[in-house]
Design a binder for this molecule. Structure first.
Ligand SMILES: [Ca+2]
Length: 435
């Protein structure tokens, strides 16, 4: 295939000074701009039988064949196949672009609807979802809107919930996190709302603000942030004076933990935990309570990263992908002081949420990673050994639905949200379980 001549984008400093704000990346979240990978290794619905040896799950040609992995097993892991039969139950449909979900202690769920900024109280007994009052106004264009929802670690006594959203601001928008007390009852509502975090600076972009919320074992809150897609934002991804392209860590009241890595660095934003990210949408803790993230990359550059405080994950200096136009982004894939992804996907899967399975319903899946795949229209399963990916599977591909989110339910089932105007809540359980 004839490839587009490449133009090196090394004059980022100059470009960032332009008054115009060109969109330099097409978003892999948008189906029309991404051809899902084809290849006989990709469809890996569960089947009983021996593993297929070293055949990778991905057999489509890479978008950037010039780039090679830094180590064996960094991409194209051998296909693995779930042996336990399972079933997928559709619990709710008709959700308008759902994005995030969280279980309440009583078994009901909070689900966000992105564009309209609605927070729904959803019970699984067939009752109609109820919109919760008191959600802040959101900037809902494109990738913006109401994103994640999380319960505070002390929810049982505080009823505090946390929401991330694109906050409309003078001159643009930015990701914000609000916390509020959830009052159930006949007219469920949020009260005593307080914004505890505002991504800085404000920028006029409708993309790449991150938005995943995850409480750490110590009670602090991780918030993933993106680099806003446009060049003016992208060039700030490794700049400690900006929140763009960072993972930040704050206390639940919005204050800054004293042991954050850059708290004593002059000119650095004290909330920063790690830097050099493009757009992190998936975050999860493993059995050792370490933080892992799934990062939405450019074409051919989605990543799985193991997060350690203070480290630089390299975007946009290094990476394995290219612009959706075919233009080059990186001159190289490795550089001293910049972290390598544990795994990358070329072609991309477009990772939404990430969960690391710790339940008992599927013993076979214990400690496996599950990534919600948007353009790949799959639930992507990774098997790891010693922090290396040794197997990959693409589940639910026959449904041909973009999968936005995945969480583990209280009983060990996986709950998924599909993307789009008729979004669904799905439940994955072993085939022989009731309900
Ligand atoms: Ca990276």
């Amino acid at each position: 295939m004839q490839r587009t001549p490449r133009v090196f984008l090394i004059a980022l400093g100059w470009l960032s000074g332009c008054s115009s704000t060109p969109v330099v990346t097409h978003e892999p979240e948008q189906v029309a701009q991404v051809r899902p990978a084809k290849g006989e290794g990709q469809a890996t619905e569960p089947r009983v039988g021996p593993a297929v040896g070293d055949t990778p799950v991905e057999t489509a040609p890479p978008n950037v064949p010039e780039f090679s992995p830094a180590f064996a097993q960094q991409t194209r892991a051998p296909a693995v196949h779930t042996q336990s039969p399972f079933k997928v139950t559709e619990l709710v449909s008709g959700l308008a672009n759902p994005w995030g979900l969280a279980f309440l202690p009583d078994g009901r769920l909070l689900i966000t609807e992105k564009i309209d900024g609605r927070l729904l109280l959803v019970s699984l007994d067939g009752k109609k979802p109820v919109a919760i009052e008191g959600v802040p106004k959101v900037a809902g264009a494109d990738q913006g809107g109401l994103l994640d929802v999380a319960l505070g670690p002390d929810y049982a006594t505080s009823q505090l919930v946390y929401l991330s959203y694109y906050e409309p601001r003078e001159g643009g928008n930015g990701l914000a996190v609000v916390r509020a007390r959830f009052v159930a009852g006949r007219s469920p509502k949020l009260e005593q709302s307080r914004v505890i975090f505002r991504m800085q600076p404000t920028l006029d972009s409708t993309k790449h603000a991150g938005g995943r919320l995850l409480f750490a074992p110590d009670g602090n809150l991780f918030i993933t942030l993106g680099e806003r897609s446009i060049l003016k934002g992208r060039v700030q991804a490794r700049d400690l004076a900006s929140d763009f392209g960072k993972i930040v860590r704050i206390a639940p009241d919005g204050s800054i933990p004293k042991d954050n890595p850059f708290i004593a660095r002059k000119g650095a934003r004290p909330e920063i935990w790690t830097l050099g990210h493009r757009n992190v949408l998936g975050a999860a803790l493993d059995s050792q309570k370490r933080l892992w993230v799934a990062e939405m990359g450019p074409r051919g550059g989605d990543e799985l990263n193991l997060i350690e405080p203070g480290k630089d994950y390299g975007w946009p200096t290094i990476g394995y992908g290219e612009e959706y136009s075919g233009e080059r982004i990186h001159q190289t894939t490795q550089a001293p002081g910049l972290e390598q992804p544990v795994y990358y996907w070329d072609p991309v899967i477009s990772p939404g949420a990430l969960v690391i399975y710790s339940g008992d319903l599927f013993p076979e899946w214990k400690n496996n990673f599950f990534v919600a795949g948007l353009s790949s229209q799959a639930l992507v399963r990774l098997v790891l050994q010693g922090d290396r990916v040794v197997g990959e599977e693409r589940l639910l591909t026959s449904r041909s639905e973009r999968i936005r989110s995945v969480v583990q339910g209280p009983e060990g089932a996986l709950y998924l949200l599909t993307d789009g105007s008729n979004g669904k809540l799905l439940k994955v359980t072993p085939e022989n379980t009731a309900g």
